[in-house]
Design a protein. Sequence first.
Length: 410
Amino acid sequence: MQRYLVGGAVRDSLLGYPFHERDWVVVGATPQQMLELGYQQVGKDFPVFLHPQTKEEHALARTERKSGKGYTGFTVYAAPDVTLEQDLLRRDLTINAIAQADDGSLVDPFGGADDIKHKILRHVSDAFAEDPLRVLRVARFYARYAHLGFSVATETQTLMQQLSSELTTLTPERVWQETAKALSEQTPQAYFQLLYDTGALQALMPELAALWGVPQPPQWHPEIDTGVHTLMVLQQAAVLSPRLDIRFAVLVHDLGKGVTKPELWPAHHGHEHTGLPLIKQLCERLRVPNDCRDLALLVCEYHQLVHRARELKSSTALKLFDAIDLWRKPERLEAILLCCTADLRGRTGFEQAEYPQAAYLTILADAARSVNAKHLIAQGLTGEAIKQGLQRARLNAIKTAKAQLKTAAP
């Protein structure tokens, strides 16, 4: 019985990249032996055990044989006669198929360390094509390491393209799980670009894939292509915030441009409204969490209004604050403003641009939120009268703040 450190801990230690979990593979053991040593079994489809002290996962070496469609269609064999190399062979990428013995020596039968050195994501074997989930996993690893200069091997991209017909067998939960992880990486835009290049995005998120090839007005969008702009915005959002809901919101904020009639190009009047049903459709299909969906809908509907902040009437600003429920959820405004800042900067030549609309609307919002109902109650008002009085007071506060800003402007 021997155990080896495998997976991300080995890979990231070779890369000098931070990691937080360690996984182990055990060769030459039976489930009964693991239990007798005090390990706790947690695996259902194959034997996985928790170490009695560290609680780190220890999986028995296993092989997998394709026996059906999709990522669940596998027959698993785990027994003492399964070798370490056989276990490593079933893994997706060479950089994930490296094991480390207790003495620190590496077992690397498929050249993973060399691929790390040359910064290449490459599949281990043709068995890669048996599991469509691996398309998303490769794209996620690309999002994780693209900023380090990694690329995806041409032959691996070819296999990813060949798997497009099986992507529909993936459950929405798995698609969203991989997508959410990719959105949380340092270069999330790489995930979606690779999925688009291999045809996977067209199969899984056609609403998003439709943006490529759609032109925008060059005076506002020197990058022209809406798909390119979308990923530039996502890149900027990743710089501004680690929040998943913010990154998802900017990803889908321009979906309406994908359904603009070509004869109207490059204009996209009303795209903030035509995008709403597309976002709802995408979120329902992938079972996107409510917080991500809700912010995405608000950013889609109101980002154009926010961009024109200084032109808004006081009453329009108040309607905006009402629509985003500023009074109960004031943190929403900051999130929307971050998304809109990313939208501005996600354009060729605008990457460092200031976004004064954010400070402007924050001042108006603070003024409106400073109003409270105490003095209205003191006047003996109740119910609808208080509500109307609050709205009038908030409107006047916004007007006053706007006047002060105008006076202070150079």
